[in-house]
Design a protein around this ligand. Sequence first.
Ligand code: PRP
Length: 175
Amino acid sequence: MKKTILFSRETIEKTVSGLAERINTDYRDRPVVLVGILKGSFVFLADLIRKLDLDVTVDFVVLGSYGAGTTTSGEVKMLKDLSAPIEGKEVLVVEDIVDTGITLTYFMDILRRRRPKSLAICALIDKKARREVAIDVDYVGLEMEDGFIVGYGIDCNEQYRNLPEIWVVREEEGK
Ligand code: PRP
């Protein structure tokens, strides 16, 4: 697979620190539940939470879109729900990448119906050009144009999540 580095370890580290600084300021004196969307967010969330100087707890959901490959099929399924209710809680959803916006739109609708006190989104990477459903992302780390990426939790057919950097893969050679 032909790939080149898009975001270095240093860039990622600085970005995560910047996001954590903003979240630390905004959530001061507000207990917050981080909700990680698995699998992609696990590396980002692990780095982010260690930079939060807050009253913070963590929960996870597993969401999947049908089909393998490089695109979202449009149908999202919850494979594992949260382990605790979020009614009355301050919830910050942590996502590795927002692409079409379909996954987050589906999930935020579910969360909203559970009546949290507040609901916000923190995404490491925003691929705005690919958006199909409008969605407000409160904390965005990095923006990128179209392109298929792997590393730092993000996969290609379940591989490469372990890479410490974020790499861009040439579509024609990445499958
Ligand atoms: C990726 C990513 C987001 C979603 C974004 O997950 O982690 O959850 O796609 O795409 P969208 O904005 O077009 O919906 P994926 O379905 O690849 O599963 P994974 O997190 O297990 O890698």
